[in-house]
Design a protein around this ligand. Structure first.
Ligand SMILES: N[C@@H](CCC(=O)N[C@@H](CS)C(=O)NCC(=O)O)C(=O)O
Length: 228
């Protein structure tokens, strides 16, 4: 199998954590896509994923699978014993719901903040994003506020539960973790007062399959090139 991604970016990191959790790294080849140069918006890449975003999984039969949740479900079920997406109908439903909340209320709004309230990935990509840059800045700022509200919600959740969807580490934790790392990299941060959320993050970052793939290096190399 092949993964088209860019090391150090939040969504690619979700799948790298999944591969480590499922001990599948030896089965995939990684191909780095020039995200800063907008390679993922060119026709060749759009045939793999019409949404023009990373990561994309290519199966040995040539099928392309995009969207981290779909890729995670595929990889989690390969060995017949899913550990990240749930086993029973109830586990599957709760993890699906909490994952979607982490994506919709934290990770995606942080991404919108990054792209529309900061210089984002730079000029070469801006043409694909927003001809109306000034107008979108206000929207980007609001998305930052929305992400902070999403973080408050998860702070409440994590006061009661060990992990995002209960007592077991799941796809929901991976999504929220990527959202918080992206928030740091984008300059939004995670408010000090959200102590349960920050304590959860300190625990997750120490998990063996998360540790080597995250931390301080998140986004750093590419952002440094962009002048952050
Ligand atoms: N919903 C998508 C999000 C993918 C995504 O936004 N990936 C980012 C990298 S972290 C990307 O490719 N951004 C490039 C762009 O927005 O132009 C997923 O789950 O895979």
């Amino acid at each position: 199998m092949k993964i088209f991604d860019r090391p150090g970016f939040p969504n690619p990191a979700r799948i790298r954590i999944v591969l480590a959790e499922k001990k599948l790294e030896h089965l995939v080849q990684f191909e780095s896509v020039d995200l800063i140069g907008a390679a993922h918006k060119q026709p060749d890449f759009l045939t793999k994923n019409p949404s023009g975003v990373l990561p994309v999984l290519q199966l040995d039969d040539g099928t392309y699978i995009s969207e981290c949740t779909a890729i995670t479900e595929y990889l989690d079920n390969l060995d017949g014993t899913p550990t990240l997406t749930g086993r029973t109908p109830k586990e599957k439903a709760v993890i699906h719901m909490m994952q979607r909340r982490a994506e919709a209320e934290v990770l995606d709004p942080v991404g919108h903040y990054f792209h529309h309230a900061t210089p984002g990935l730079g000029d070469s990509l801006q043409a694909f994003k927003s001809p109306d840059w000034e107008g979108r800045t206000v929207w980007g700022q609001r998305e930052g506020d929305r992400a902070l509200r999403g973080m408050s919600y998860f702070d409440e959740v994590l006061r009661a539960d060990t992990y995002v969807a209960g007592e077991t580490f799941s796809m929901g934790d991976i999504t929220l973790f990527a959202g918080l790392m992206f928030a740091d990299a984008a300059g939004l941060g995670v408010p000090e007062m959200l102590t349960a959320l920050r304590e959860w993050r300190d625990r997750v970052i120490e998990l063996p399959n998360v540790k080597s793939r995250s931390g301080q290096t998140f986004l750093t190399d590419d952002l440094r090139r962009l002048g952050f």
